[in-house]
Write a protein that binds this ligand. Structure first.
Ligand code: BEZ
Ligand code: FE
Length: 291
């Protein structure tokens, strides 16, 4: 069945899977789905050859943009709502655990390790609003978890992440904190401001192709981890921020929205932001508990 026509092409390509080399069941599942949906898409939009060549050129240009500071394919996936969908498939909410959302391209490994209540601010901006962030990290039964690591990062009051801004000190507005014996965390940072994702080059071309804008609402990123629990990659959003209902990467979840309030006397910051998280046990721990 090697001779193809419009009606059998999908079937013929799928039949070739694994013919000349072993493939796993998962590889077969993914390849079959990819071929099926890609062919259906091409037939659906009646893709023309010059459009196909333009797409190949576009992907080649996107690839050339990738380096240690820019992962263009994550950006493109974010603009298409793909990363948030993959995250929802990977981390379905099954109990009362906190929702995850996209990692985004701006996380840096090994941020400064800071004491509870320490500040991530290394450079001040005229328009900054400082904030005391605090809350509890709990398990599904409501018990505070001690010794949880929280990596946090955000954009500066000029809307730029430190690693993309030569005028900010290394690791500005990034830090690693730990919960105390009651599961409580606290740190000082700034109120995050809305910012545009990089919209030059191929990411910008895609946004314009879609007639969409690049803006994200103000948010603080978190990676919350402790052995025995599923790591939580998430963001918390400022309830009063612009773009909350129209995020360029579709990553806002209702349960991740919190409110900046004026700080009580004595806290030493302009604002106060309280947010609790619930971690889910890791799959292996769950299996042991179920035995
Ligand atoms: C971010 O939140 O940092 C981000 C997420 C997706 C694309 C670009 C940036
Ligand atoms: Fe961000």
């Amino acid at each position: 069945m090697g001779i193809v026509n419009q009606d059998n092409i999908t079937e013929v390509v799928i039949a070739s899977l694994g013919k000349h080399g072993d493939i796993t069941a998962r590889e077969r599942e993914i390849a079959t789905g990819l071929i099926t949906h890609l062919h259906a898409f091409i037939k659906d939009v009646k893709l023309q050859h010059h459009e196909f060549l333009a797409a190949c050129d576009y992907l080649a240009r996107a690839g050339k943009l990738c380096n240690d500071n820019r992962q263009e394919f994550i950006l493109l996936a974010d603009i298409l709502g793909v990363e948030v969908l993959v995250d929802m498939m990977t981390n379905p909410i099954e109990g009362g655990e906190s929702e995850s959302t996209v990692l985004g391209p701006f996380y840096r490994e090994n941020p400064p390790v800071l004491p509870k209540g320490g500040s991530t601010i290394q450079k001040h901006f005229d328009n900054e609003e400082t904030a005391w962030y605090e809350g509890y990290v709990r398990d599904a039964d409501g018990n505070g978890i001690a010794g949880v690591t929280l990596d946090v990062w955000e954009d500066a009051p000029n809307g730029i992440y430190e690693n993309l801004d030569p005028d900010q000190p290394e690791y500005n507005l990034r830090g690693r904190f730990e919960t105390d014996e009651t599961g409580h965390y606290a740190f000082v940072a700034v109120r995050p401001v809305p910012y545009p994702i990089p919209d030059d080059e191929t990411a910008g071309e895609l946004l314009r192709f879609m007639g969409h804008h690049p803006n994200r609402p103000g948010h603080m990123h978190f990676i919350i981890s402790k052995e025995g629990y599923r790591p939580l990659i998430s963001q918390v959003y400022d309830a009063d921020s612009a773009w909350l209902d129209d995020d360029s990467v579709f990553a806002v979840k209702q349960s991740l929205i919190g409110t900046f309030k004026p700080a009580p006397e004595g806290l030493g910051t302009d604002l106060h932001f309280e947010f609790d998280f619930v971690l889910k046990q890791a799959a292996a721990e769950q299996a042991v508990a179920a035995e």
